[in-house]
Design a protein around this ligand. Structure first.
Ligand SMILES: [Zn+2]
Length: 239
């Protein structure tokens, strides 16, 4: 009798232990492990888009320490820089009578006008001084054609001029990109959607990005990203 009881106890204990193990495994499995075929794309974490900048994204500085931490989980990191000519077509100051956040029609479509920002070689165009990702392998500059804007790190706003990033990632065997940075509803969103067009898996790390949210642009961007197959994750989802 006592042997039977002991057996039952042992069986009961082992069932508890096993179910504990199973739940541990399940939580480990739900985390996303990164590999050599993944790249982190850090979008436009530049002085102009952060505190004190000419086009500061609300709470933009908050992403910097988090991105520094996340970047350590990636063997491959690409940084991007908005890199405009003086008098760039996306600047309100280039269109007499227009002001920032007005929308105009250009040959390639609608263009939101911005305060002057990220002019080539200026301090404002520099990366945020606290960004610390020494192992980043590529800095891709975009928006350097005076008559075309480029929110996306892959394609300019004319939807045909490539930056070369798609080819770079392909030849390096990258299959999946994680996108973070500034701003969620513009350069992050367009980059993530164009990654999908390049046949890459694309995930946006929501808490490592901040939006401008001009006239509902943040919600609209998420709707478009999700429809394009972009996944929405948090930094805690990374293993
Ligand atoms: Zn710009």
């Amino acid at each position: 009798m006592s042997v039977l009881l002991n057996r039952r106890r042992m069986l009961g204990m082992s069932v508890v232990a096993l179910s504990g193990l199973a739940s541990l495994r399940a939580s480990a499995q739900s985390k996303i492990a990164t590999s050599k075929s993944d790249a982190l794309i850090v979008v436009d974490v530049q002085r102009c888009f952060t505190k004190g900048g000419s086009l500061a994204v609300p709470d933009g500085d908050a992403v910097v320490p988090l991105i520094n931490t996340i970047a350590k989980k990636f063997a491959n990191v690409v940084l991007t820089q908005d890199w405009h000519t003086p008098g760039h077509v996306s600047f309100a100051s280039s269109h007499p009578g227009k002001k920032p956040f007005d929308v105009i029609d250009l040959p390639y479509g609608k263009q939101v006008l911005w305060p002057d920002h990220c002019v080539q070689g200026t301090e404002g165009a520099g990366l945020h001084p606290d960004l610390a990702i020494p192992h980043a392998q590529l800095v891709i500059r975009k928006g350097y054609n005076k008559d075309v804007d480029s929110y996306s790190a892959f394609l300019e706003a004319d939807s045909k001029t490539t930056t070369g990033l798609g080819g770079y990632l392909k030849t390096r065997g990258i299959k999946r990109v994680f996108v973070c940075g500034l701003a969620t509803d513009f350069c992050v969103a367009w980059t993530a959607q164009d990654a999908r067009k390049e046949g890459l898996e694309a995930l946006v790390i929501e808490d490592a990005a901040r939006g401008i949210d001009a006239q509902g642009s943040l919600a609209a961007a998420w709707t478009k990203m999700l429809a394009a197959g972009v996944k929405r994750i948090k930094s805690a989802d990374l293993a």
